[in-house]
Design a protein around this ligand. Structure first.
Ligand SMILES: Nc1ncnc2c1ncn2[C@@H]1O[C@H](COP(=O)(O)OP(=O)(O)OP(=O)(O)O)[C@@H](O)[C@H]1O
Ligand SMILES: [Mg+2]
Length: 391
């Protein structure tokens, strides 16, 4: 048997969701997990617990696998460069990954490629923010370049007075400040690229954030002008190619109709992404399978959508702490919705699962959204209507 072993650094739900397609393709997936109880550990045959910031730990993990990839973007770049120098296959390579690790690096690259950025600046102090805001107008958005997620590391400053509450932010090095973009919607486009150059995208989606956390994704983004679809898809392919991405990359975007290109780049993620969870049930090849294919430099799968509309609704931790107890009610209230649970303990606001629903022939988008939302709410709350929907 010559089947390769893929090592994933990080044991969150993204690593966990790679396990299904790995089994289907006969691949072995191993995980370097943050602790014995993280999401992916129960889903793979081989998990090691260790610190991904420790060179020797990651080196030992890499020694047992054919290719190293990621569940998150927090592994230090210098550590990865060292592994590459020692001959480890790291995918995406550290030189590409840094554009998803550091928002200042990303902004500079987007600019160099001639793609549309919001107005932005690297600043070191409150005076720098004030000077920037004097040019672009309040509010502005202050961001830590590294380590942010789910809106942590993002601060909207309404006016100069709000800066006094942000003094602690200036204790480190450079920060990113951006104009506050009055976007109509947030969009995302997902692309997968393999080292030999083949790339494939999925339909452009709309992602709806609540309190800076992804709540719902609609695929494709409803009524998105063809020109915007073409422009953002081309931008994703260009970024993947020019940055030398291997695996799945999500390009988060702001839709800005009637101005410039009609969109602005928000940020990049180089791994499967929440805005692509709908592909597990809504596309011929899911983002998780595609990521595995891409990091092994295998031919990529077709990404055709399987329905006119697909909706993904996140399940965030809420009042119900016994998710399985809500399964009879949740599953009966939506027999054609697909429930994905990450095996995590319930904590308020924590991403613990998601629900996918596909439009039946003739079914409206509103009806699909309602179905996905009902099942997700039933699992979150532990209460709901037991009556099955029509699909
Ligand atoms: N310049 C901006 N103008 C307006 N809103 C913004 C801006 N930048 C960020 N936001 C809002 O804040 C959210 C989080 O910002 P961003 O994606 O940069 O941070 P993050 O914490 O890294 O996010 P993620 O959860 O995707 O990892 C965005 O999805 C958007 O809703
Ligand atoms: Mg984001």
């Amino acid at each position: 048997m010559t089947f390769p072993v893929i090592g994933v650094i990080g044991g969150g739900q993204l690593a966990r969701m790679m396990a299904g397609p790995a089994v289907e393709l006969g691949l072995e997936l191993r995980v370097l997990a943050e602790g014995p109880d993280v999401s992916a550990v129960a889903a793979v045959a081989h998990a090691v617990v260790g610190d991904y910031r420790d060179l020797q730990t990651v080196r030992d993990f890499a020694a047992g696998v054919d290719v190293v990839t990621f569940d998150h973007e927090h592994v230090p770049g210098e550590l990865l460069e060292q592994l590459v120098a020692e001959g480890v296959s790291v995918r995406p390579a550290p030189a590409a990954l840094r554009h998803a690790q550091d928002k200042l690096v990303m902004r500079r690259a987007v600019e160099e490629l001639g793609l549309p950025n919001p107005r932005w600046r690297a600043v070191r102090d409150a005076e720098g923010v004030e000077a920037f805001a004097a040019e672009v107008g309040w509010p502005v958005v202050l961001k830590t370049p590294r380590g942010g997620y789910d809106g942590k590391g993002v601060l909207v400053l309404r006016d100069a007075a709000a800066l006094t509450g942000a003094r602690a932010w200036f204790s480190g090095g450079e920060l990113l400040v951006e104009q506050f973009v009055p976007f109509s919607r947030e969009l995302s486009v997902l692309v997968a690229r393999r080292p030999s150059g083949e790339s494939r995208t999925w339909p452009v989606v709309e992602s709806i954030q609540v309190d800076s956390v992804c709540d719902e994704v609609i695929a494709p983004a409803p009524d998105l002008p063809e020109a915007t679809v073409a422009a953002v898809t081309a931008a994703a392919l260009q970024l993947a190619d020019r940055l030398g991405v291997t695996g799945v990359m999500a390009v988060e975007l702001f839709e800005t109709p009637g101005t410039g290109a009609g969109y602005l780049v928000n940020e990049l993620a180089m791994r499967p992404h929440n805005s692509g969870h709908w592909t597990m049930d809504g596309s011929l090849t899911s983002q998780f399978e595609q990521h595995l294919r891409a990091v092994l430099d295998l031919p990529l799968g077709a990404t055709d959508p399987l329905a006119r509309h697909a909706v993904m609704k996140n399940v965030l931790g809420g009042p119900n702490t016994d998710i399985y107890a809500a399964y009879p009610l949740g599953l009966s209230s939506g027999p054609s919705a697909k429930v994905h649970f990450y095996g995590k303990d319930v904590r308020p606001g924590r991403k613990i699962g998601h629900v996918n629903a596909l439009a039946a022939p003739g079914e409206s988008l509103d009806a699909v959204r309602a179905r996905a939302t009902r099942v997700a709410a039933t699992l979150r709350d532990g209460t709901g209507s037991p009556s099955p929907d029509q699909q």
